[in-house]
Write a protein that binds this ligand. Structure first.
Ligand SMILES: Cc1cc2nc3c(=O)[nH]c(=O)nc-3n(C[C@H](O)[C@H](O)[C@H](O)COP(=O)(O)OP(=O)(O)OC[C@H]3O[C@@H](n4cnc5c(N)ncnc54)[C@H](O)[C@@H]3O)c2cc1C
Ligand code: FES
Length: 357
């Protein structure tokens, strides 16, 4: 592919090259309130839909009221096992998109989606993994477990909390995997109907043998808070705990990219390391870095474009930026120089940034 010409002025708006349409090939009823949607990816789009275990799709869900809403759904399929992409959606009580998908997605339904993204993914599939999931939080964890068993060498412990036996998604698949890999996978079910709500003390008791493992945690906020505090009490280092927070997007990541022109100020410059390449860019001072990259034709990772998901996280190596909004990076992230490309504007003449997450 020819290199984009970064010296040419940027167009004011640009079609969003991450946006694609996929057709639902199959709908699997997992439980009374959860479905899996299977997408076959057409050959020309295969490179666009390569993903890592734990990543998610961002779907545009049609709405008569607003035109559409954008929602993220983790892939429950494994890139090491499944040819198709599979997402698993659980109904949210009173929610819009999850219920729309459960009720209206059938084989043949075409849905608009962004390419996969997300950083809730193990650095190495050979690592020993501690996974804690509740309810639909099992979705990215399922992808990670399948991938680690098939393509990795480590052992995995999963603590999986649900209301009762009938709400366990992937129960049979997990039992099959445990039978096939008895030395490498332990699944510990926590059923609230029989055991009550999980407490930090009870979880600490279960988790301490696994504190040297790389931890992946996904579920409702209250559950995640309890599980995180149990992990820390059990002796696990915060930097080994990875979390995926489920929330609904409020903006429109499918919107065209608008580059803010400001003739009064000369643009800053940026050196950006992306996919093993070093790019030299002119950076209009009021335009977030992500928009500059996309407008130049570069495939920078993103999902929400509203500072909420951290898919666009990158490291500032030199120079200074300002984040317009940050709902996801914590102090420890900021301390090591992380920023969100979708919210970063330059403060210095030159900024050196790397997408190395
Ligand atoms: C990274 C990530 C991964 C995720 N993975 C999964 C997953 O694997 N499985 C899963 O089930 N969930 C997942 N989620 C959660 C998912 O994205 C949604 O937050 C969840 O499905 C709830 O969305 P909802 O629209 O049903 O509910 P809500 O967002 O609670 O719906 C209510 C909202 O919709 C609006 N609304 C109501 N009616 C309409 C209408 N007619 N038109 C337009 N708007 C309307 C309301 O104003 C309100 O803002 C994930 C989230 C993230 C961030
Ligand atoms: S794209 Fe989600 S935080 Fe930047």
């Amino acid at each position: 592919m020819a290199e984009p010409d970064t010296s040419a002025p940027l167009p004011a708006t640009t079609a969003n090259t991450h946006v694609h349409e996929l057709e639902v090939a199959e709908v699997i009823r997992e439980t009374a309130d959860a479905v899996s949607l299977v997408f076959e990816v057409p050959e020309p789009l295969v490179p666009r839909f390569r993903y890592r275990p734990g990543q998610f799709l961002t779907l545009r869900v049609p709405s008569d009221r607003t035109g559409s809403v954008a929602r993220c759904y983790s892939l429950s399929s494994s890139p090491h096992l499944d040819d198709d992409l599979i997402i698993t959606v659980k109904r949210t009580a009173g929610g819009y998109a999850s219920n729309w998908l459960c009720d209206n997605a059938f084989p043949g339904t075409r849905l608009t989606t962004l390419s996969p993204s997300g950083v809730f993914t193990p650095k190495s599939l050979d690592a020993d993994l501690l996974m804690i999931a509740a309810g639909s939080g099992i979705t990215p964890v399922m992808s990670i477990i399948k991938s680690a068993l098939i393509a990795g060498t480590g052992t995995s412990y999963l603590l999986y909390a649900n209301r009762d036996a009938s709400s366990v998604i992937f129960g049979a698949e997990l039992a099959d995997m445990m039978a096939e890999y008895p030395d490498r996978l332990v699944v510990d079910h926590w059923l609230e109907s029989a055991m009550g709500l999980p407490t930090a003390e009870a979880l600490t008791e279960r988790l301490w043998p696994y504190t040297g493992f790389d931890a992946f945690l996904c579920g409702p906020t209250l559950f995640m808070n309890i599980a995180r505090s149990a992990m820390v009490t059990a002796g696990m280092a915060e930097r080994h705990i990875h979390t995926e927070i489920y929330r609904s997007l409020t903006g429109d990541p499918f919107a065209e990219i608008v580059v803010a022109r400001d003739d009064a100020q000369t643009p800053a410059t940026a050196t950006v390391e992306l996919d093993g390449r070093r790019l030299e860019l002119s950076w209009p001072r009021q335009t977030p870095l992500l928009d500059v990259l996309l407008a130049n034709g570069y495939d920078a990772p993103y999902s929400c474009r509203e500072g909420a998901c951290s898919a666009c996280a990158c490291t500032v190596r030199a120079g200074e930026i300002r984040m317009l909004r940050n709902d996801t990076l914590v102090d420890a992230d900021l301390a090591i120089g992380l920023t969100l490309a979708c919210q970063s504007i330059p403060l210095t003449e030159h900024v050196d940034i790397a997408f190395d997450q």
